[in-house]
Write a protein that binds this ligand. Structure first.
Ligand SMILES: C[S@@+](CC[C@H](N)C(=O)[O-])C[C@H]1O[C@@H](n2cnc3c(N)ncnc32)[C@H](O)[C@@H]1O
Length: 283
């Protein structure tokens, strides 16, 4: 049975799915360096059979489907129906035929042992219900010596794309009861944390590297504000707790905090992620 807090999280993702779909172009552009990091780490190439765990609105599946080409394939997975529908519709729009879609949780992958060359997860490992069990599942379904690789956010302080908004809003919400659910986005931000999970799951050759990049797009602060307050379930909840009379002041305070990241119609935030990988041990 799925625990209630996991159910609540999945309902949140279901609501978020329409916004991930709405902003798919920007999300693809902003987070492309993470996909590149995963592809390099897992050495994904032509003809491979790749599993994407927690594929959201379609990345990295859509990018990897081009890399593996017609002789390879990608299996997209996500437990949330709305995410799968969004990714599936986009693949159909683009005429992509080498992605297979399965609605499932990382903790229970409906695939035979030794099915894939590689398994990857971009910004999804933080949300796995039982991370050790999920990584074990990933390792189970790749071939012997096959890599599993995950991209997760580094510390909040190194990611002002998130913190400039949340820090300001949290200041305005001081004194209000806070949500009991821990913020999961930075669950594996501490170096060594996710690598330790891979080790506990018996992965071999575990590696971790910090990826410093810039989250960039040709958008204004106004568009950034709209994207951030719509896409994030946590921010949607926090915004709902603010009085409507407070909203212009909060937005102005965020605009000031974010001013240095916007110039000449372009947004550019420094960002830090961790790329953590390991391999399936031989028998
Ligand atoms: C931040 S989004 C990332 C989506 C996409 N990979 C990307 O980078 O654009 C996190 C995704 O993890 C999925 N997720 C949540 N719980 C999960 C679980 N237990 N197993 C696999 N995926 C999960 C969510 O539905 C959501 O699509």
């Amino acid at each position: 049975m799925i625990p209630e807090n996991q159910n609540k999280a999945l309902r949140g993702w279901q609501t978020s799915a329409r916004y991930w779909d709405k902003y798919r172009g920007l999300i693809t552009e902003m987070f492309a360096p993470l996909t590149t990091g995963l592809v390099e780490q897992a050495q994904i190439g032509i003809g491979q059979n790749v599993l994407d765990i927690g594929g959201g609105s379609g990345e990295p599946s859509l990018t990897i489907s081009r890399i593996v080409g017609p002789t390879g394939s990608v299996t997209y997975t996500d437990p949330v129906a709305g995410m799968l529908e969004s990714a599936h519709a986009e693949a159909a729009r683009r005429g992509v035929t080498n992605i297979h879609f399965r609605q499932c949780s990382a903790n229970d992958l409906p695939f035979d042992t030794c099915t894939f060359d590689v398994a990857v997860g971009r910004l999804s490992a933080m949300f796995f219900a039982d991370s050790v069990a999920a990584v074990r599942e990933g390792l189970r379904v790749v071939l012997e010596d096959g890599p599993v690789a995950f991209a997760v956010w580094g510390p909040s302080e190194a990611n002002p794309f998130f913190s400039t908004v949340t820090d300001v809003i949290d200041r305005f919400l001081e004194g209000y009861p806070q949500n009991s659910d821990p913020p999961d986005t930075f669950r594996f931000a501490v170096p060594g944390e996710l690598a330790g999970i891979l080790e506990q799951a018996d992965a071999k050759n575990v590696t971790e590297r910090q990826l410093n990049f810039r989250i960039e797009a040709a958008i204004s602060f106004e568009q950034f504000w709209q994207l951030r307050t719509e896409v994030s379930e946590t921010l949607r909840e926090k915004m709902a707790r603010l009085a409507s009379a407070q909203l212009p002041t909060v937005k102005q305070a965020v605009a000031e905090a974010a001013r240095e990241y916007f110039a000449s119609g372009t947004m550019s935030f420094p960002a830090a992620a961790l790329i953590v990988s390991g391999k399936k041990p031989g028998t």
